[in-house]
Design a protein around this ligand. Structure first.
Ligand SMILES: [Zn+2]
Length: 281
């Protein structure tokens, strides 16, 4: 798919599993298990899908998956089995190498979004994408270093502090326009200052939904993941963006939805819902 001067590629980062209750919030299991099938430990499969934009002299990657620096215990808890970096492999399948990436937008610093940003070699961490400039919101970077007791399990300093030490991490302050076709929108319900990318031209607009809408199911207003710091802010942020996205015919690209890579939005008497599945890549 092409939008403006950019060609868009979905980059598959493998999958892991999270507790179904945490993912679907207050939605009763008899409702969500009709479409999402939990395993014997009540875990639901979650995709790790990044996005690559190529054009305008840049190769921009959004988020880096979970990487490989995982203990056996954590791999078991999260049902994460990759032993080669799936993001790097997926890039290769399109003919790109880690060295080709010029920019990395980290939506936020939860381990499933920045775990693949660094690689551990010879007793030290180094950036996985050696020529890339990495971008994070300043408020998110500060929060990640002293999170609350509620969300501290989502941050692993070794997945992002080495970027700062290597001098490749830039701190952004609020809404950012990368160029005339790419912008970063800020959301505060899930965590402090999650930045979600939109790429657009006169005809088409694609929004990377990150943890604002992990699955298309999260279009439903009360379906808010239990990880969110401020669910009422999420409720408003979802409504605001769905109204705009529906009105302007945006494509919503899902990072975590195993079944839907990208959809358009329909509206019925119950609210907003996924419409057409859009092929990307
Ligand atoms: Zn998150």
């Amino acid at each position: 798919m092409n939008i403006g001067r950019y060609t868009i590629y979905p980059i598959e980062g493998g999958c892991f599993s999270l507790d179904g209750g945490a993912l679907y919030g207050i939605i009763p299991k008899p409702l969500w298990e009709k479409t999402s099938y939990p395993d014997s430990l009540n875990r639901v499969q979650v995709q790790l899908r990044s996005l690559l934009l190529v054009g305008n002299g840049r190769k921009i990657l959004v988020d880096t998956g979970m990487g490989l620096n995982w203990s056996e215990k954590s791999r078991e808890i999260y049902n994460y089995n990759n032993t080669v970096n799936p993001i790097v492999e997926s890039l290769k399948a399109y003919g790109f190498a880690a060295e080709d990436i010029t920019d990395i937008i980290l939506t936020h610093l939860h381990f499933d979004h920045t775990g693949g940003s660094v690689v551990y070699e010879n007793g030290a961490y180094r950036p996985q994408f050696p020529r890339a400039a990495y971008y994070i919101q300043k408020k998110q970077f500060e929060w990640a270093q002293s999170p609350s007791d509620k969300d501290k399990g989502s941050f692993i300093e070794s997945t992002f502090m080495p970027l700062m030490e290597a001098n490749v991490l830039s701190l952004l302050d609020g809404y950012t326009r990368l160029d005339d076709e790419v912008e970063l929108l800020i959301f505060n319900g899930h965590t402090k200052a999650q930045q979600l990318l939109r790429v657009f031209d006169n005809d088409t607009s694609l929004f990377y939904a990150g943890d604002l809408f992990p699955f298309a199911y999260h279009f439903k207003p009360p379906c808010i993941i239990a990880y969110d710091l401020d669910p009422l802010t999420t409720l408003k942020e979802k409504d605001d963006i769905l109204r705009q996205a529906y009105k302007e015919g945006w494509i919503v690209f899902f990072q975590h939805d195993p079944k839907n890579t990208a959809v358009t939005i329909a509206k019925n008497e119950k609210g907003f819902t996924a419409k057409d599945i859009i092929p990307i890549g």
